[in-house]
Design a protein around this ligand. Structure first.
Ligand SMILES: Cc1ncc(C[n+]2csc(CCOP(=O)(O)OP(=O)(O)O)c2C)c(N)n1
Ligand SMILES: [Mg+2]
Length: 554
């Protein structure tokens, strides 16, 4: 079998049903085999779109997403998507063509050292040097991407190797001497954690994306209910715990709820699970939860005690460890006064916005929530639109909120929605977008229409790079530098691609436009003309203590 055929055979054996990508000179042998394969191929209009679609597919389904591009510019166009998946620990396998082996290092046409370029943004990467290694490498790549702390793996395949013949041997098992993730927490540490939890009077659970990737949401819920502790989460942890649950505090951090930020500050014990104490969450480190002991459960030992001092570190899989804790924790029930105090915080500092004549973005998102009854996959772009999407839609299930957390990549949401829809065809998929971000991968409209991928894009059109404008308003004396942006006529643009466009300029039209969009069996852009200078509140200024928020509505 030639290398190209081996690759496709391996993908099939890994259970790959769909891949996203774009062809070119150094992947011609592979595309020739794709021609005969029954793996569904989604031709995007830009390689960045392919990488984000693979990422969105992985986030929505829990499976490994696959994307492919040619050498040189094809490969470099994937890099933003790879970095995005890396920062959010999303399992994808990216395949790139490379110039022929003997030309590597020669500045050959369309040569880029993609394994060098992606070393810091992949969990692991490979340059295939001999065709007989290919099957083993593909097998390892899928294993590494999806095990331990998940992440992207890149396989760079020179085109001569794609053509070389060898016997196809599928490795039954994967054995990598230097890579052995820890799944079971240390019993002594778990015991210590159980004791701290039993004795805590003001515990708080701080949940991150690790809950979702390990499938630990049910254990998390059981633990919260058993120990009667409120639960807050990170952007990546959205959906890990039901937002409509009475113990829910919503997201914490820079644009988290004020009550979550106050509650964690006042707590005496933080139970951090699959989260990494990112600076957007902790704010100023020396004032972060000064009276709290910290239990930190994470599969990646390198994220423990990286940003804050931890009292009880437990390395391992969140689901296993929460299961163990549930077994060991017997008597609880001393949190009544704490829960009452937290209720008081919720009443004192509710999320709110001032209604006005113009359409408010918060209102649009509330209406999307009502119209979908919470039963949709929401993706987002980056900026104010993203933060409003975290605040005003309630996510009760894992894998229903897909957003670029660590990298904050404008242009993520639309291709991610395409990937999510390919993975979950029965689900309504909506990208909550900004007018700036949507223009960063707008070419994927063609991908949607050609493949009949029915996603909705709700553009919160404020005529600004709104989040940057907000910072300039608050911290640069309203000196608006390069944040006013013009857009094409989104309705006409959608129509020119064969999709549907709806413009909404009046508050009364918001709900009917959403209902109409949901009823159309095609991709729909809804262009909501919103209040241009609406801000996201509450807001913790960068470097400030997280309980010192700007409320904004005085
Ligand atoms: C690729 C990329 N470039 C620049 C930024 C910096 N940035 C963050 S938010 C933002 C504005 C986004 O504007 P828009 O999509 O209209 O969203 P809004 O904040 O107005 O809702 C910018 C430029 C980024 N996050 N990603
Ligand atoms: Mg905008």
């Amino acid at each position: 079998m030639i290398g190209a055929q081996i690759l496709i055979e391996c993908l099939k054996r890994e259970g790959v049903q769909v891949m996203f990508g774009y062809p070119g000179g150094q992947v011609l042998p592979i595309f020739d085999k794709i021609y005969d394969s029954d793996i569904r191929f989604i031709l995007t209009r830009h390689e960045q779109g392919a990488a984000h679609a693979a990422d969105g597919y992985a986030r929505a389904t829990g499976k490994v997403g696959v994307c492919i591009a040619t050498s040189g510019p094809g490969a470099t166009n994937l890099t933003t998507g790879i970095a995005n998946a890396y920062m959010d620990s999303i399992p994808i396998v990216a395949i790139t063509g490379q110039v022929k082996s003997f030309l590597i290092g020669n500045d050959a046409f369309q040569e880029a050292d993609i394994t060098g370029i992606t070393r810091p943004i992949t969990k692991h990467n490979y340059l295939v040097k001999e065709v007989k290694d290919l099957a083993r490498i593909v097998r390892e790549a899928f294993f590494i991407a999806s095990s331990g702390r998940p992440g992207p793996v890149l396989i760079d395949i020179p085109s001569d190797i794609q053509m070389q013949d060898t016997e196809f041997i599928w490795p039954d098992t994967v054995e990598i001497r230097t890579y052995k993730p820890t799944y079971h927490g240390h019993p002594g540490q778990i015991k210590k954690a159980a004791k701290l939890i039993t004795n805590s009077k003001r515990p708080i659970i701080y949940a991150g994306g690790g809950i979702i990737s390990s499938g630990a949401h049910l254990e998390l819920r059981k633990l919260a209910e058993k120990i009667e502790a409120p639960v807050t989460w990170t952007l990546m942890g959205i959906g890990a715990f039901p937002a409509t649950h009475k113990l829910s505090l919503g997201m914490l951090g820079m644009h988290g709820t004020a009550y979550a930020n106050h509650a964690i500050t006042d707590s005496d014990l933080i139970i951090a699970v699959g989260a990494r104490f990112d600076d957007r969450v902790t704010g100023r480190i020396d004032t972060f939860a000064p009276g709290a002991k910290v239990i930190h459960i994470d599969i990646d030992p390198s994220s423990i005690s990286k940003n804050i001092k931890v009292d009880v570190p437990i390395v391992g899989d969140a689901r296993n460890i929460l299961g163990e804790l549930l077994k060991q924790i017997k008597k609880v029930g001393q949190t009544a006064a704490w829960l009452e105090a937290v209720e008081g915080l919720k009443k004192k500092y509710p999320l709110r916005y001032k209604d006005g004549e113009k359409i408010k973005p918060q209102y649009v998102i509330e209406q999307i929530y009502e119209a979908t009854k919470g039963d949709a996959i929401i993706t987002t772009e980056v900026g104010q639109n993203q933060m409003w999407a975290t605040q005003w839609y309630k996510y009760d299930y894992p894998r229903t909120f897909l957003s670029s957390g660590g990298l904050g990549t404008m242009g993520f949401g639309f291709p991610a929605a395409i990937g999510a829809k390919m993975g979950c065809p029965g689900k309504t998929v909506i990208d909550i977008a900004g007018d700036g971000s949507i223009q960063m991968n707008i070419q994927e409209l063609a991908t949607c229409v050609c493949n009949k991928i029915n996603v909705k894009v709700a553009i919160l059109n404020n005529g600004y790079l709104g989040m940057v404008r907000q910072w300039q308003e608050l911290f640069y004396k309203r000196r608006y530098s390069q944040v006013r942006i013009t857009s094409p006529d989104f309705v006409k643009l959608a129509e020119s691609y064969g999709a549907v466009g709806i413009r909404v300029t009046k508050k009364e039209e918001v709900r009917s436009a959403i209902n109409k969009a949901l009823s159309i069996d095609n991709t729909v852009f809804i262009d909501f003309h919103i209040e241009p200078e609406e801000n996201v509140y509450p807001m913790v200024p960068a470097g400030e203590a997280i309980n010192r928020m700007i409320e904004g509505l005085a």
